[in-house]
Design a protein around this ligand. Structure first.
Ligand code: ATR
Length: 273
């Protein structure tokens, strides 16, 4: 049976095996999908061993995505832009192809929520790996403006400069931000510590769409805060998780699974509904 897995550390609570097992059942693909949690300095060896032993493909999550970028034989254009690899496929001619499906997953989830990206003003909070992965796919949707803001301003400036050739992206400090924005995407890890990015509440209005790439059994700190200040449309990163997985599954198997039912089952599994 074709073998896939996700590498991460920690990875025990990963939902990827659950999601891919449902995708495989739905599309009648024979495969198994497991977990691997190598020590942080043993990832390269573990990856080699997995493919030497017949593995067909894998996902890569925190903290290995940047290292995976350096270990594959070939990179997709979107992985090259993201500077990180979350999906690896062993091609028929024995090449390890590194891809990145995170940004495509974000855009697919935004669209499935009916969010319009073309001609919109988008504010992206954070300038780490998650922001970097999102920039090219967001700019490909032709927003009128994409502003990146970050606690450490130099990192936002660096990203804006790097992606400037793809569209109207600029860097501003949190203090410089002037609304109205149509969509705010939180790519910071602040919610992990229950903290909030220092965004002025005046930027939140009733017609704004709020997206937090984080998710949990209850609202993230950022989503609670945005609701408190009047946002009516809020979305967390659970849909992005399922959509990036669907994109990876498509890369591996050449068949695109449906995501709606799987997302519903995942929510039930997490106790969200
Ligand atoms: P990831 O790969 O998930 O993006 P990362 O590369 O460590 O993780 O980046 C985390 C991002 O969250 C950074 O933009 C970070 O801001 P700094 O560059 O200033 O460190 C941002 N971040 C983390 N905690 C934050 C907080 N409490 N408030 C605002 N931004 C925060």
């Amino acid at each position: 049976m074709d073998r896939y897995l996700v590498f991460g550390h920690p990875v025990r609570h990963s939902k990827s095996p659950f999601i891919h097992t449902l995708f495989a059942r739905q599309t009648q693909q024979e495969l198994e999908y497991g977990l691997a949690e190598p020590a942080v300095d043993e990832f390269a060896q573990a990856l080699r061993t997995f493919f030497d032993q017949g593995g067909k493909g894998c996902n890569v999550t925190v903290p290995f995505k940047e290292q995976a970028f350096t270990l594959v034989d070939r990179l997709s254009p979107r992985a090259k832009r993201a500077g990180a690899v979350n999906t690896i496929k062993l091609t028929d001619d024995g090449v390890l192809l590194g891809d990145n499906t995170d940004g495509a997953g974000l855009v697919a989830d935004l669209k499935s929520h009916g969010v319009t990206l073309a001609d919109s003003r988008i504010l992206l909070l954070g300038a780490g790996g998650a922001a970097r992965g999102a920039l090219a796919p967001l700019l490909a949707e032709l927003p009128s403006e994409l502003v990146v803001t970050n606690r450490t301003h130099a990192k936002a400036q660096q990203l804006a400069a790097e992606f400037h050739d793809l569209g109207p992206v600029t860097a501003q400090t949190y203090e410089q931000l002037a609304g109205p924005f149509d969509l705010v995407i939180n790519s910071t890890s602040a919610s992990l510590q229950g903290a909030l990015p220092p965004l002025a509440p005046a930027l939140i209005h009733t017609d704004i769409a709020i997206y937090d790439m984080m998710y949990g059994a209850s609202d993230t700190a950022f989503i609670s805060w945005a609701k408190q200040h009047g946002a009516r449309q809020t979305m967390d990163g659970l849909g992005m998780l399922v959509e990036q997985a669907a994109e990876a599954f498509t890369v591996w198997r050449g068949i695109r699974p449906g995501t709606k039912q799987v997302l519903r089952e995942l929510k039930r599994n997490l106790g969200v509904i």
